[in-house]
Design a protein around this ligand. Structure first.
Ligand code: CTP
Ligand code: CA
Length: 224
Protein backbone atom coordinates (compact mmCIF):
# COMPACT_ATOMS: atom_id res chain seq x y z
CA UNK A 1 0.00 0.00 0.00
CA UNK A 2 1.22 3.51 -0.82
CA UNK A 3 1.32 4.76 2.77
CA UNK A 4 2.99 1.78 4.35
CA UNK A 5 6.57 2.05 3.20
CA UNK A 6 8.62 -1.11 3.53
CA UNK A 7 12.05 -0.03 4.76
CA UNK A 8 13.66 -3.23 3.50
CA UNK A 9 12.35 -3.18 -0.07
CA UNK A 10 15.81 -2.53 -1.53
CA UNK A 11 18.09 -3.90 1.19
CA UNK A 12 21.31 -5.32 -0.25
CA UNK A 13 20.93 -3.52 -3.57
CA UNK A 14 23.14 -0.78 -5.02
CA UNK A 15 20.97 1.90 -6.62
CA UNK A 16 22.44 4.63 -8.84
CA UNK A 17 20.52 7.82 -9.58
CA UNK A 18 21.46 10.60 -12.03
CA UNK A 19 19.89 13.95 -11.25
CA UNK A 20 19.86 17.63 -12.13
CA UNK A 21 20.88 19.33 -15.35
CA UNK A 22 24.23 19.19 -17.10
CA UNK A 23 26.08 22.34 -18.07
CA UNK A 24 27.95 22.66 -21.36
CA UNK A 25 30.45 25.52 -21.54
CA UNK A 26 30.54 27.94 -24.47
CA UNK A 27 33.38 29.97 -22.94
CA UNK A 28 34.66 30.52 -19.37
CA UNK A 29 31.57 32.55 -18.40
CA UNK A 30 28.74 31.10 -20.54
CA UNK A 31 27.02 27.77 -20.91
CA UNK A 32 23.94 26.01 -22.21
CA UNK A 33 21.85 23.89 -19.90
CA UNK A 34 18.42 22.37 -19.32
CA UNK A 35 15.67 23.40 -16.94
CA UNK A 36 15.95 21.08 -13.92
CA UNK A 37 15.83 21.63 -10.17
CA UNK A 38 17.03 18.10 -9.38
CA UNK A 39 14.26 17.76 -6.76
CA UNK A 40 12.67 14.60 -8.22
CA UNK A 41 16.00 12.79 -8.53
CA UNK A 42 17.07 13.77 -5.02
CA UNK A 43 13.72 12.60 -3.62
CA UNK A 44 14.19 9.26 -5.41
CA UNK A 45 17.73 8.87 -4.04
CA UNK A 46 16.41 9.60 -0.55
CA UNK A 47 13.51 7.14 -0.92
CA UNK A 48 15.89 4.43 -2.18
CA UNK A 49 18.14 4.94 0.85
CA UNK A 50 15.12 4.80 3.18
CA UNK A 51 14.17 1.52 1.48
CA UNK A 52 17.54 0.10 2.53
CA UNK A 53 19.57 0.48 -0.67
CA UNK A 54 23.17 1.63 -0.97
CA UNK A 55 22.71 4.76 -3.08
CA UNK A 56 25.07 6.62 -5.40
CA UNK A 57 23.75 9.96 -6.65
CA UNK A 58 25.48 11.34 -9.73
CA UNK A 59 24.46 14.98 -9.74
CA UNK A 60 24.72 17.92 -12.08
CA UNK A 61 24.84 21.45 -10.62
CA UNK A 62 21.83 21.89 -8.30
CA UNK A 63 21.10 23.76 -5.10
CA UNK A 64 20.01 20.88 -2.86
CA UNK A 65 21.40 19.18 0.24
CA UNK A 66 22.72 15.62 -0.13
CA UNK A 67 20.15 13.14 1.27
CA UNK A 68 21.14 11.16 4.36
CA UNK A 69 23.22 7.99 3.72
CA UNK A 70 23.61 8.84 0.02
CA UNK A 71 26.99 8.98 -1.72
CA UNK A 72 27.00 11.99 -4.04
CA UNK A 73 29.29 12.44 -7.05
CA UNK A 74 29.20 15.95 -8.52
CA UNK A 75 29.58 16.42 -12.26
CA UNK A 76 29.10 19.36 -14.62
CA UNK A 77 29.18 18.26 -18.27
CA UNK A 78 27.17 15.41 -19.85
CA UNK A 79 30.44 13.69 -20.73
CA UNK A 80 31.44 13.77 -17.03
CA UNK A 81 28.04 12.32 -16.06
CA UNK A 82 28.53 9.61 -18.71
CA UNK A 83 32.01 8.72 -17.41
CA UNK A 84 30.89 8.66 -13.76
CA UNK A 85 27.89 6.49 -14.70
CA UNK A 86 29.97 4.02 -16.71
CA UNK A 87 32.43 3.73 -13.82
CA UNK A 88 29.73 2.68 -11.33
CA UNK A 89 28.05 0.32 -13.82
CA UNK A 90 31.48 -1.21 -14.62
CA UNK A 91 31.89 -1.88 -10.89
CA UNK A 92 28.40 -3.37 -10.76
CA UNK A 93 25.09 -1.97 -9.57
CA UNK A 94 21.55 -3.36 -9.39
CA UNK A 95 19.29 -0.48 -10.37
CA UNK A 96 20.06 2.63 -12.46
CA UNK A 97 17.52 5.48 -12.39
CA UNK A 98 18.19 8.25 -14.92
CA UNK A 99 16.34 11.37 -13.78
CA UNK A 100 18.95 13.83 -15.07
CA UNK A 101 18.01 16.44 -17.65
CA UNK A 102 21.10 15.80 -19.78
CA UNK A 103 21.96 18.41 -22.40
CA UNK A 104 21.43 16.64 -25.73
CA UNK A 105 24.11 18.78 -27.39
CA UNK A 106 27.27 20.60 -26.37
CA UNK A 107 29.24 23.33 -28.15
CA UNK A 108 31.68 21.72 -30.61
CA UNK A 109 34.43 23.85 -29.08
CA UNK A 110 34.71 25.69 -25.77
CA UNK A 111 36.45 29.04 -26.24
CA UNK A 112 39.50 29.41 -24.00
CA UNK A 113 38.73 33.09 -23.40
CA UNK A 114 35.49 35.03 -23.05
CA UNK A 115 33.97 35.58 -26.49
CA UNK A 116 33.89 39.30 -27.33
CA UNK A 117 30.81 40.95 -28.79
CA UNK A 118 31.31 41.61 -32.52
CA UNK A 119 29.03 41.05 -35.53
CA UNK A 120 25.20 41.19 -35.48
CA UNK A 121 24.99 37.44 -35.90
CA UNK A 122 27.24 34.66 -34.68
CA UNK A 123 26.80 30.90 -34.99
CA UNK A 124 27.27 28.21 -32.40
CA UNK A 125 27.90 24.67 -33.63
CA UNK A 126 26.57 21.95 -31.33
CA UNK A 127 27.47 18.26 -31.32
CA UNK A 128 25.50 15.41 -29.76
CA UNK A 129 26.29 14.20 -26.25
CA UNK A 130 26.38 10.47 -25.43
CA UNK A 131 23.07 8.94 -24.33
CA UNK A 132 23.87 7.82 -20.79
CA UNK A 133 20.81 5.67 -19.99
CA UNK A 134 20.97 3.95 -23.41
CA UNK A 135 24.64 3.11 -22.77
CA UNK A 136 23.75 1.73 -19.33
CA UNK A 137 21.01 -0.52 -20.73
CA UNK A 138 23.42 -1.79 -23.43
CA UNK A 139 26.17 -2.51 -20.86
CA UNK A 140 27.38 -6.10 -20.34
CA UNK A 141 26.66 -5.72 -16.61
CA UNK A 142 23.26 -4.23 -17.30
CA UNK A 143 21.38 -3.13 -14.17
CA UNK A 144 17.58 -2.80 -13.96
CA UNK A 145 17.37 0.44 -15.97
CA UNK A 146 14.78 3.18 -15.42
CA UNK A 147 14.40 6.32 -17.54
CA UNK A 148 12.46 9.53 -17.15
CA UNK A 149 10.77 11.52 -19.87
CA UNK A 150 9.53 15.05 -19.40
CA UNK A 151 7.26 15.83 -22.31
CA UNK A 152 5.01 18.73 -23.24
CA UNK A 153 2.72 16.77 -25.62
CA UNK A 154 1.88 13.18 -26.64
CA UNK A 155 3.35 12.23 -23.26
CA UNK A 156 2.65 8.50 -23.14
CA UNK A 157 3.40 7.82 -26.83
CA UNK A 158 6.83 9.52 -26.66
CA UNK A 159 7.63 7.75 -23.39
CA UNK A 160 6.65 4.36 -24.81
CA UNK A 161 8.96 5.01 -27.79
CA UNK A 162 11.84 5.85 -25.43
CA UNK A 163 11.18 2.70 -23.37
CA UNK A 164 11.51 0.64 -26.58
CA UNK A 165 14.36 2.52 -28.28
CA UNK A 166 16.59 2.72 -25.19
CA UNK A 167 15.63 -0.84 -24.13
CA UNK A 168 14.61 0.28 -20.64
CA UNK A 169 12.89 -1.81 -17.96
CA UNK A 170 10.71 1.11 -16.95
CA UNK A 171 10.10 4.75 -17.81
CA UNK A 172 8.46 7.41 -15.68
CA UNK A 173 6.91 10.29 -17.52
CA UNK A 174 5.34 13.58 -16.61
CA UNK A 175 3.62 16.30 -18.54
CA UNK A 176 5.62 19.46 -17.87
CA UNK A 177 3.28 21.73 -19.81
CA UNK A 178 1.09 22.31 -16.72
CA UNK A 179 1.87 24.65 -13.85
CA UNK A 180 1.64 22.42 -10.80
CA UNK A 181 3.92 19.59 -11.84
CA UNK A 182 7.50 18.96 -12.90
CA UNK A 183 10.50 21.32 -12.88
CA UNK A 184 10.78 23.54 -9.83
CA UNK A 185 7.57 22.34 -8.20
CA UNK A 186 7.47 20.35 -4.97
CA UNK A 187 4.67 18.23 -6.46
CA UNK A 188 4.62 15.85 -9.36
CA UNK A 189 2.38 13.33 -11.11
CA UNK A 190 3.85 10.43 -13.06
CA UNK A 191 2.72 7.78 -15.49
CA UNK A 192 5.05 4.82 -15.08
CA UNK A 193 5.33 2.45 -18.05
CA UNK A 194 7.07 -0.94 -18.37
CA UNK A 195 6.86 -3.61 -21.07
CA UNK A 196 3.30 -4.88 -20.77
CA UNK A 197 1.93 -2.55 -18.11
CA UNK A 198 1.62 0.89 -16.63
CA UNK A 199 0.52 2.72 -13.49
CA UNK A 200 -0.57 6.31 -12.90
CA UNK A 201 0.81 8.01 -9.79
CA UNK A 202 -1.53 10.98 -9.23
CA UNK A 203 -0.37 14.47 -8.19
CA UNK A 204 1.37 14.34 -4.81
CA UNK A 205 4.46 15.67 -3.05
CA UNK A 206 7.66 14.62 -4.84
CA UNK A 207 8.73 12.69 -1.70
CA UNK A 208 5.51 10.69 -1.87
CA UNK A 209 5.78 10.09 -5.62
CA UNK A 210 9.40 8.99 -5.12
CA UNK A 211 8.37 6.35 -2.55
CA UNK A 212 5.67 5.00 -4.85
CA UNK A 213 8.12 4.81 -7.75
CA UNK A 214 10.66 3.00 -5.54
CA UNK A 215 7.97 0.47 -4.59
CA UNK A 216 7.18 -0.18 -8.27
CA UNK A 217 10.88 -0.54 -9.11
CA UNK A 218 11.39 -3.00 -6.23
CA UNK A 219 8.45 -5.14 -7.41
CA UNK A 220 9.47 -5.14 -11.09
CA UNK A 221 13.16 -5.70 -10.27
CA UNK A 222 12.37 -8.72 -8.10
CA UNK A 223 10.30 -10.23 -10.92
CA UNK A 224 13.06 -9.96 -13.58
N1 CTP B 1 19.20 10.67 -21.13
C1 CTP B 1 20.50 10.28 -20.92
N2 CTP B 1 21.51 10.81 -21.68
C2 CTP B 1 21.23 11.72 -22.62
C3 CTP B 1 19.89 12.14 -22.85
C4 CTP B 1 18.90 11.59 -22.07
O1 CTP B 1 20.75 9.44 -20.05
N3 CTP B 1 22.24 12.22 -23.35
C5 CTP B 1 18.13 10.05 -20.32
C6 CTP B 1 17.42 10.99 -19.38
O2 CTP B 1 18.09 11.05 -18.13
C7 CTP B 1 16.06 10.33 -19.27
C8 CTP B 1 15.86 9.68 -20.63
O3 CTP B 1 17.16 9.56 -21.20
O4 CTP B 1 16.05 9.29 -18.33
C9 CTP B 1 14.97 10.44 -21.55
O5 CTP B 1 15.48 11.74 -21.74
P1 CTP B 1 14.80 12.68 -22.81
O6 CTP B 1 15.55 13.97 -22.88
O7 CTP B 1 13.34 12.71 -22.53
O8 CTP B 1 15.01 11.80 -24.15
P2 CTP B 1 15.94 11.98 -25.40
O9 CTP B 1 16.33 10.60 -25.81
O10 CTP B 1 17.06 12.92 -25.15
O11 CTP B 1 14.93 12.54 -26.49
P3 CTP B 1 14.34 14.03 -26.72
O12 CTP B 1 15.07 14.99 -25.82
O13 CTP B 1 14.55 14.30 -28.17
O14 CTP B 1 12.87 13.94 -26.36
CA1 CA C 1 16.80 15.06 -24.39
Amino acid sequence: AANVFDYNLLTGLHVVVTAGPTREAIDPVRYITNQSSGKMGYAIAEAAAEAGARVTLISGPVNLPTPTRVKRIDVVRAEDMYNASMAVVDEGCDVFIATAAVADYRPSVTAEHKIKKSTEEIHLTLVKNPDIVAAVSAHAKRPFTVGFAAETRDVVAYAQAKLDNKKLDMIATNDVSGENVGFNSDNNALTVIWPGGHKVLPLAAKRQIAKQLIELIAIRHKRD
